[in-house]
Design a protein around this ligand. Structure first.
Ligand code: S3P
Length: 446
């Protein structure tokens, strides 16, 4: 079904104030549902992100015969089927816009005694899949796909006799690492994944929480096949990738003072905190109690930001925050250089090209590089109409730029906000920002 086209109207705002919680973490929500389904017994999840991406994961699991009950908003129980107990789906599994759904499920489906097809929207069908197909095939997975096994849809014939292997990844990717580890759960012997830099480790943390031993040695992770996760209670923290928009808004808008509670601050995700601190942001971080993933309350106040260099192993810890970090850089004094982030070109869209194009329209001095940007901050920024390119993180980053600019801004393609941050505009309104979603999209031919 076609989604209603929306646009986001943003007016210059200042003095944002208040205390909010952001919706649940997207990466952890996917993993809770999938590991719950692969486990034995019942897993209860609190704080599940009810966004389009995570709901796509639940729909696919339901089609695979996994009983899922919604007890209240964000609170679910999943009845585990064990690592080889999925039923053959009657239809294709539609992952929508969600790379995490497709890549993690491909790992989980490689070992199930069934035939399945994973597909998604036009953006997802254009994203690289050889990075999971090749390692899963090397373990005995039978996966076939379009464009010489590089693009979805993926057709998977499960093999109950996968073999554990050692995989040396050319890029740091938590989706690839997790797909391999999930297949490793049902494989014979040890599965090892070695990354060039540390990517988010939510799969490892949750496997351990659910009783599966995981050995982490520097950049290598090892799992022994044959252990089934046991059911458990998973409490999902707020998504730092969503909190990022509030952190940047609070720092760049004059007279602002925001407190964000229950933010997941797992060090493999929290790179934006150290980058903003290096840029001079006034942040205070108070750790919160709890098991599993680390969480904190973060307060941000108006700050005078300065440019910085961002590259190397911090990149995987803030990869999804780079569009809004580019906005922070536009409001900072001096130059910011982002490098080693070529992965941005294969996200929901080519984020290096698109961010450079749309920010430049608004007066930002930004140059796209092969692996990042050079941004000269402190220019006078205009309003106007820009495109969010149907990419949720681009729309939200542009919205933050609009709050700080001198003229109103309209962002088309805002319906994709539901992918990761339902209630984005409402959250900002609650804090005093002028931001509104409207149904009429003037570029409805986009
Ligand atoms: C994710 C990993 C990252 C990230 C994505 C979510 C995950 O992708 O960009 O939004 O949940 O594992 P890569 O694994 O491709 O780096």
């Amino acid at each position: 079904m076609e989604k209603e086209l929306m646009s986001l109207q943003v007016k210059p705002s200042r003095g944002l104030e208040g205390r909010v919680a952001v919706p649940g973490d997207k990466s952890i929500s996917h993993r809770a549902a999938i590991l719950g389904a692969l486990g034995e017994g019942i897993t209860r999840i609190d704080g599940f992100l009810e966004s389009e991406d995570c709901l796509a994961t639940l729909r696919c699991l339901s089609l695979l015969g996994v009983p899922i009950h919604r007890l209240s908003p964000g609170c679910y129980t999943i009845v585990g089927q064990g690592s080889k107990g999925f039923q053959e789906p009657m239809d294709v599994l539609d992952c929508g816009n969600s790379g995490t759904t497709m890549r993690l499920l491909a790992g989980a489906l490689s070992m199930q005694p069934i035939f399945s097809i994973l597909t998604g929207d036009a953006s997802l069908r254009n994203r690289p899949m050889a990075r999971i197909i090749e390692p899963l095939r090397s373990m005995g997975g039978q996966i076939y796909s379009r464009k010489n096994n590089t693009r979805a849809p993926l057709a998977i014939i499960g093999n109950q006799n996968l073999e554990g292997k050692t995989h040396v990844l050319p890029i740091a990717s938590a989706q690839v690492k997790s797909a391999i580890l999930l297949a490793g759960l049902g494989a014979r012997g040890a599965t090892v994944v070695r990354e060039p830099a540390r990517s988010r480790n939510h799969t490892e943390v949750m496997l351990q929480q659910l009783g599966v031993p995981v050995k982490v040695d520097g950049l290598s992770v090892t799992i022994e096949g044959g252990t089934i996760p046991r059911g458990g209670h998973i409490i999902i923290p707020g998504d730092i990738s969503s909190a990022a928009y509030l952190l940047v808004a609070g720092a760049i808008l004059p007279d602002s003072d925001l407190t964000i509670t229950n933010v997941g601050v797992n060090p493999t995700r929290a790179g934006i905190i150290s980058v903003l601190q290096k840029m001079g942001a006034d942040l205070s971080i108070k750790p919160e109690e709890g098991d599993g993933e680390k969480r904190a309350t973060i307060r941000v106040r108006s700050s005078h930001l300065k440019g910085t260099e961002i590259g190397g192993e911090i990149i995987p810890t803030l990869i999804d925050e780079l569009p809004v970090i580019a906005v922070a850089a536009a409001y900072a004094q001096g130059m910011t250089r982002v490098k080693d982030a070529a992965e941005l070109r294969v996200k929901e869209c080519d984020r290096i090209a698109v961010v450079a194009k749309e920010l430049a329209k608004l007066g930002v001095d930004i140059e796209a590089q092969a692996d990042g940007w050079i941004i000269q901050g402190g220019q006078h920024l205009r309003g106007g109409v820009v495109s969010g390119h149907n990419d949720h993180r681009v729309v939200m980053a542009l919205a933050i730029l609009g709050l700080g600019s001198s003229e109103p801004l309209q962002i088309t393609g805002a319906q994709c906000l539901e992918v990761s941050f339902p209630g984005f505009a409402g959250t900002f309104q609650q804090l005093g920002a002028e931001m509104e979603e409207t149904a009429k999209d003037p570029e409805s031919m986009e």
